[in-house]
Design a protein around this ligand. Structure first.
Ligand SMILES: NC(=O)C1=CN([C@@H]2O[C@H](COP(=O)(O)OP(=O)(O)OC[C@H]3O[C@@H](n4cnc5c(N)ncnc54)[C@H](OP(=O)(O)O)[C@@H]3O)[C@@H](O)[C@H]2O)C=CC1
Ligand SMILES: CC(=O)N[C@@H](CCC(=O)OP(=O)(O)O)C(=O)O
Length: 350
C-alpha cells in the first residue's frame, strides 16, 4: 500500500530552525511540505533568500494566516520567537492543525514562572496544560497520538538527556547539580545583534545570562518531575565561536560508590532501543563535531574517586537534536511512525 503523504507547513521558514526543518523534511519519506511561511517576506521565492534551496524547494513564501495554513496542511511547525508562538499557536490549534512548537512558550507549566524568566505574558493556562513536552527519549510515549507538542530547548535537551538516568536511579545528589553549557552562535537565531556579530564572537569565548537563563526553570521543572522533589541547579551558558553545537558539562556528587562502568551500563540500559542517544565507552568523551548536522546526543562520563563526584559530558547539534531534528522525531512519535524516520543520516565530519 502506498502511504499517503502528510501535508506539513512551517512558520518561521526564514529562520535557522525553519530552514533546518526544510532541509530535513524534504527528505522525509512520509511528508510533503505544502507551505513555507514568513511574516515579513510573503510572495518572495524562498530560494531568493536561501540560494542553497534552489531546485530543492521552489516555492514562494506564504503569509501567516491560520485558515489558509489549515487549508493546505495537516501539521504545522512553529519555529517562531517566544511571544510570537504564544499568540499564534492557539489560533493554529483552533483552526484544526496539529502543532509542534519550537519556542519556549509552552514548555513551562506554570505561567507565573514563564513570566518571571521570559519577561512577557504567558499563554493561557489552558494551552500550557494541553502542551505535551517532547523530550523524545524520556516522554516519547506521552507524545504518541497527541496533537500539540512543545519541543524542548536546545540546552535542556543536552542537559536533561545527560542527567535524567542517574538522577532517576538515585545515584546523584540533586542538591549538588552544576551545569556548564556552551553553544555555537546559530543558537541565537538568524537575526543580527552586537553579541553575535563576527568581530565580537570570533576568537572570543564568553559567559552570558549567568544564573538568569530562561532554560533554568525548564531544566528544573523536568528534573523535579523525574526525581519527585523540587530540584534547583546552577547553570552557566557560554557562547563559543563556532556555528553549530552544544556541549553541556555537568557535575554532581555521587550518592554511593559507582564506577564509570556502572554509569555506562545504567545509561545504555535506560536508552536501550533509542538510537539517537549514544553512550561513549569508558574514558572517551564526546565532541560537538561528532554529532554535527545529526540528531544524535552523545554522552560520556568521568568519576573522580577523590571527590566522589561525577562529570557528565553531553553534546548535540543545537539546530538538529536541539530544535528541528527533535521536532521531526516528535512528529514521528505523534503519528505513531518509527521515531527515526527521515533522521537516520550520519553526522557531518570533519
Ligand atoms: N536556533 C536554535 O538553535 C534553537 C532555536 N529554538 C527556538 O526556535 C524558535 C526559532 O528559532 P530560530 O530559527 O533560531 O530563530 P530565527 O530568529 O532564526 O528565526 C525566527 C523566525 O521567526 C519568524 N517570525 C518573526 N516574527 C514573526 C511573527 N510575528 N509571525 C510569524 N513569524 C515570525 C521570522 O521570520 P519572518 O520575519 O520572515 O516571519 C524568522 O524566520 C525560537 O523560539 C528559538 O528560541 C529552540 C531550540 C534551538
Ligand atoms: C546561543 C544562544 O543565544 N542561544 C539561545 C538559545 C535560545 C533558545 O533556543 O530559546 P528557547 O529555547 O527559549 O526558545 C539563548 O541562550 O537564549
Amino acid at each position: 500500500m502506498v502511504q499517503e503523504k502528510l501535508r506539513v507547513a512551517i512558520v518561521g521558514s526564514t529562520g535557522y530552525g525553519g530552514v533546518e526543518l526544510i532541509r530535513l523534511l524534504q527528505a522525509h519519506p512520509h511528508v510533503e511540505i505544502t507551505s513555507v511561511i514568513s511574516s515579513s517576506s510573503a510572495g518572495v521565492p524562498i530560494s531568493e533568500g536561501f540560494p542553497h534551496l534552489t531546485h530543492i524547494i521552489e516555492r514562494n513564501l506564504d503569509g501567516v494566516e491560520p485558515a489558509d495554513i489549515a487549508a493546505v496542511a495537516d501539521v504545522v511547525f512553529t519555529a517562531t520567537p517566544s511571544g510570537v508562538s504564544a499568540k499564534l499557536v492557539p489560533q493554529l490549534l483552533a483552526a484544526g492543525l496539529k502543532v509542534v512548537d519550537l519556542s519556549g512558550d509552552f514548555r513551562l507549566k506554570d505561567g507565573s514562572v514563564y513570566e518571571a524568566w521570559y519577561k512577557h505574558p504567558a499563554p493561557d493556562s489552558e494551552w500550557l496544560a494541553k502542551a505535551v513536552y517532547g523530550l523524545s527519549e524520556v516522554f516519547g510515549s506521552e507524545v504518541t497520538g497527541q496533537s500539540f507538542i512543545s519541543n524542548p530547548g536546545c540546552y535542556p535537551t543536552a542537559t536533561l538527556l545527560g542527567l535524567i538516568p542517574a538522577l532517576s536511579a538515585g545515584w546523584i545528589d540533586p542538591k549538588t547539580l552544576i551545569i556548564d553549557a556552551k553553544s555555537g552562535v546559530s543558537g541565537a537565531g538568524r537575526g543580527t545583534s552586537l553579541t553575535t556579530h563576527y568581530a565580537e564572537i570570533n576568537e572570543n569565548f564568553k559567559a552570558y545570562k549567568v544564573n538568569k537563563h530562561q532554560h533554568i526553570p525548564e531544566i528544573e521543572q523536568v528534573l523535579s518531575q523525574v526525581s519527585g522533589a523540587p530540584v534547583t541547579v546552577t547553570f552557566t551558558t557560554h557562547l563559543v565561536p563556532m556555528t553549530r553545537g552544544i556541549m553541556s558539562t555537568m557535575y554532581a556528587s555521587l550518592l554511593g560508590t559507582y564506577t564509570e562502568d556502572d554509569l555506562i551500563e545504567l545509561y545504555r540500559q535506560y536508552y536501550e532501543g533509542r538510537r539517537f542517544v549514544r553512550i561513549r565507552d569508558k574514558g572517551v568523551w564526546p565532541a560537538t563535531k561528532e554529532v554535527s548536522g545529526s540528531n544524535y546526543c552523545d554522552i560520556g562520563f568521568s568519576v573522580d574517586a577523590r571527590t566522589n563526584r561525577v562529570t557528565f559530558i553531553s553534546v548535540i547539534d543545537n539546530v538538529v537534536k536541539g530544535a528541528a531534528g527533535q521536532a521531526i522525531q516528535n512528529l514521528n512519535l505523534m503519528m505513531g511512525w518509527e521515531e527515526s524516520l527521515g533522521l537516520t543520516f550520519t553526522p557531518v565530519y570533519p
